[in-house]
Design a protein around this ligand. Structure first.
Ligand code: FES
Length: 116
């Protein structure tokens, strides 16, 4: 289900984390900051500097609510390390509204249980 979110709110639904949902009144925020602020463990090997792809998110819905790919993401896309629909959580800024995402298979933590 994709519900309409107030324009001054942000929502992230992580589908393969049992639809874990983050609701925030913070807008124009990096996706990974909202994830981490809500106590969700999310890989970020380069320290959120846009130099690896371990924070990758697969955007299932709501991509239009994210600002366009930045230079770092465009570089990885050119190299084929980011596929269409994939973004770096540490670089992608959620303007407002809802996005539905998945953790990439390769970036799952062994100590966390994921859903389908
Ligand atoms: S944490 Fe390395 S690119 Fe995002």
């Amino acid at each position: 289900m994709f519900t309409k979110v107030n324009e001054q709110m942000s929502r992230i639904v992580i589908q393969n984390l049992f639809n874990r949902t983050i609701n925030s009144d913070v807008v124009d925020c990096k996706v990974i900051e909202l994830i981490h602020e809500n106590g969700i463990d999310w890989m970020h090997a380069c320290g959120k500097k846009g130099r690896c792809t371990t924070c990758k998110i697969i955007v299932v819905k709501g991509a239009e609510n994210l600002f366009p790919l930045n230079e770092s993401e465009l570089n990885f896309a050119t190299q084929g390390r980011l596929q269409p629909g994939e973004r770096l959580a540490c670089q992608a800024i959620l303007h407002s509204g809802e996005i539905q995402v998945k953790v990439a298979e390769i970036n799952k933590f062994p100590h966390i249980q994921y859903s389908e």
